[in-house]
Ligand binder design. Sequence first.
Ligand SMILES: [Zn+2]
Length: 233
Amino acid sequence: MAVSQQLLEYQKVDAELLKIEQSVAGSEERKKFMQAKKFMEAAREKLDAQDKRAAELRRLRDDLVQRTEEITRQIAEYADLDEMIGEEGGDVSFYKKNAQQLLERLRMVKGELAKLTADVTAAAEEYERLKKQTIAMQKQGEEYSKKFKELKSKHAAEAEALQQKLTEIAKAIPKDVMARYQQKRKEKIFPIIVPLNGDRCVCGMDFPLAQQGRLDGGNVIECEHCRRFVYKP
Ligand SMILES: [Zn+2]
């Protein structure tokens, strides 16, 4: 049998196998499984980033609390203002100015603390949201991993039978031709063998007459443009 006939026979069975592969690849089961898988991969990084952010916020908060305490302590020293002035006979306006400055600083630090507290709350909410999503996606992943496996095993017998048929047909096809066929299949070129249509390949590539002569006797040649096997019908 001519190579073109062998390849056509092979391709006919292969098309059935491809149909099964495509129905599995395009299934809801696979989509949901992959969606969960991708989410879980990204979630790990997101959760890590949020942990770092939480640590940073804690450090900022501790720092502000410390500054608040320090200023409060300094202000407390002015509680005995009358006494201080009495003892040292100092300038009242100088002490008042200092006390006012401290109060101003305290107000600013408290403002920063309030803003930081809002940031902490927002970060905690975001973390909770992500945690809930992660739990839901983990469930989806487990559920659809199972469903996807079931779907594959449902088609396994049929795919296996077709694969056996292909192995049988391939025995008669030259090894190098078969290897080139499989390479194209991997590259998702299909159909892989096509008839010459007038002087052209299906992709529109022109086949000069000299080249067409090489197709005699059921031979195939590769199209330079789309790389399909071309035969003369
Ligand atoms: Zn072509």
